[in-house]
Design a protein around this ligand. Structure first.
Ligand code: ASP
Length: 352
């Protein structure tokens, strides 16, 4: 369609631009979980909506100027990595040992290049570090000190690990550890298995806040990215789905861009993000149906969470089986639309 219009000559060049301007879109999430009405104060609701709005605007600025979908998802995620209310960058949850170990991945739907890092502790923007792996190395994934060294050598901003400390996340760790102790003391025989502790939804009531972004740029390219601190009280080098390409993140110009949030183990076991691509490609070409089917599979093995999905035509969906998901979108009108609760409609939030 665009090519046909271009072929008609300069006279129609304006309508090509006008039409292309309709095309771009950014969709983001700020984590899924037990996000129900009554649980958050008006101030907290405001902080989430405004945090999402700031991220949407950062990505919009890139896309509106004709920037790439890869740069847009990075800009949106960078914004959320700086905002302590999200479980990514500053504000990341704590491991059992009281550390912050960060995971991130990014994928370009144009050429299927991807980059990921896991367990990094001193990179200010893990998503930028993941993109360095994608663009400056022949690899897809690097972990821990190796990833840190590589990213520092390639210009990533390095910070003291204390940068990631926030009191509210530390308090969540302490609470989770207290609950764990109670479970072990009172229900010991049944619950001493680590596997059960990891997936006990009660234990991990604190896991919302992972961030993700998917974008379609004016050039018709899709990209996806996800960044997280993982799960409160995680241990032994645990890595979730967020840095796993095909589980937490996937993008392909032929189909969709996807970012996941939720109980990572089940998203890995169902290859959730790639599953959406496959379902879209071979079953329905419908973002909502493909997403619902992928989430159903996650649910069938006890997982919960949500997905953001955007296709190359600009259709998007937020399938979830959790109670809610911090989420939002922005298109050519530049109006950020956000929501938190399960059935809540996207709206242009204003605290006034
Ligand atoms: N999926 C993330 C993980 O398992 C957590 C989350 O999305 O809340 O590490």
């Amino acid at each position: 369609m665009k090519k046909t219009l271009l072929a008609l000559g300069l006279g129609l060049a304006l309508s090509v631009t006008a039409m292309a301007a309709q095309d771009f879109r950014l969709v983001i999430h700020g984590g899924a979980g037990n996000i129900v009405e009554g649980r958050f104060t008006p101030e907290e609701e405001k902080a989430y909506h405004e945090g999402l709005q700031a991220a949407l605007k950062a990505g919009y600025d890139v896309l509106a100027k004709g920037g790439t979908s890869v740069d847009a998802v990075k800009a949106a995620i960078n914004q959320m990595e700086l905002n302590p209310i999200f479980n990514a960058g500053r504000g990341a949850v704590f491991t059992n040992e009281g550390k912050n170990e960060l995971d991130a991945s990014i994928m370009d739907g144009k050429d299927l290049t991807a980059g990921a890092v896991a367990g990094v502790t001193n990179v200010k923007h893990p998503i930028n570090c993941a993109d360095l792996v994608r663009t400056k190395s022949p690899h897809v994934m690097m972990v821990t000190q190796g990833a840190e060294k590589f990213c520092a050598q390639n210009g990533a901003e390095i910070v003291d690990p204390k940068w990631f400390f926030t009191q509210h996340r530390y308090d969540q760790l302490k609470k989770a550890q207290e609950k764990e102790q109670i479970v072990l003391d009172h229900d010991g025989a049944k619950k001493t298995s680590n596997a059960e502790l990891y997936i006990d939804p009660l234990m991990y009531d604190y896991k919302y806040g992972t961030v993700g972004a998917v974008a379609l740029d004016k050039h018709g390219n899709l990209a996806a990215a996800t960044s997280t601190g993982g799960m409160t009280n995680k241990r032994f080098g645990r890595v979730g789905d967020s840095p796993i390409v095909g589980a937490g993140t996937y993008a392909n110009n032929q189909t969709v861009a996807v970012s996941a949030t939720g109980s990572g183990e089940m998203f890995i076991r169902t290859s959730a993000a790639h599953n959406v691509h496959t379902l879209y490609k071979y079953v329905s070409q419908d973002v909502q149906k493909a997403g619902d089917a992928a989430i159903k599979e996650v649910g069938e093995i006890g997982g919960s969470g949500g997905l953001i999905i955007l296709d190359a035509k600009g259709n998007y969906a937020f399938p979830m089986n959790s109670k809610g998901m911090h989420r939002g979108t922005i298109g050519p009108d530049g109006k950020p639309m956000t929501a938190m609760y399960g059935t809540e409609k996207l709206r242009h939030y204003s605290s006034k």
